[in-house]
Write a protein that binds this ligand. Structure first.
Ligand SMILES: [Ca+2]
Ligand SMILES: [Ca+2]
Ligand SMILES: [Ca+2]
Length: 195
């Protein structure tokens, strides 16, 4: 009897040693060398919308037309956006780059002009409206009857653009309703505000 028990013990001990040594019991996963996975991120540009273009300047005192044109944009994204290194141009170009920080809070308007003299002509601009001076024409300057405004991100993707092929003295082109509407000729420009 003892001999039988010893034989069983030796038998199972051998099975244990063999299976452990070969790993037969231990392999429960598959490893594929040099096979790496990463989660891709789609580029989702922030939603910045050209909302108003003041192309036909009415400034008493003879300010140069192209110094005081302005473009109003709106950040329709859910977070603030810094437009540093973004670009704005007209149809003829060239691109003008926002070389400095240009931070627009979520759901807010912001304004772009050539010269900071523009702001003094528009006391209605809300105090907190972000304003950017290019110290250069918007592109080559906004023509009175036909031109485009094009906004590109830092990678050169066109984020928003509008074109017009007619104009009226001292009017702006503005979206009505604000942000979502089509452009209409507006005889009461509204920098920093929607209509
Ligand atoms: Ca103009
Ligand atoms: Ca132009
Ligand atoms: Ca406006």
């Amino acid at each position: 009897m003892i001999k039988i028990i010893k034989s069983f013990f030796v038998f199972f001990a051998l099975i244990f040693i063999v299976t452990t040594a070969t790993g037969a019991y231990l392999v429960d996963s598959t490893t594929i060398p040099n096979n790496q996975f990463s989660i891709g991120t789609w580029y989702s540009p922030p939603e910045i919308i050209i909302n108003e273009v003041y192309y036909d300047v009415d400034i008493p005192g003879g300010q140069a037309e192209w110094q005081n044109e302005w473009v109003e944009i709106y950040n329709n994204s859910s977070s603030q956006v810094n437009l540093k290194n973004w670009k704005i141009s007209d149809l003829a170009g060239p691109d003008r780059i926002f070389l400095n920080d240009f931070i627009i809070p979520s759901k807010s308007f912001a304004l772009i002009t050539n010269n900071n003299s523009t702001w003094s002509f528009w006391p209605s601009i809300p105090t907190l409206t972000p304003k950017y001076e290019l110290n250069a024409n918007i592109g080559s300057g906004l023509n009175q009857t036909s031109d485009s405004v094009i906004l590109k991100d830092d990678l050169g993707n066109i984020i928003s653009q509008m074109s017009y092929s007619s104009g009226s003295d001292k009017h702006s082109w503005e979206r009505s309703p604000a942000v979502s509407g089509n452009f209409i000729l507006n005889n009461i420009p509204s920098p920093g505000l929607g209509i």
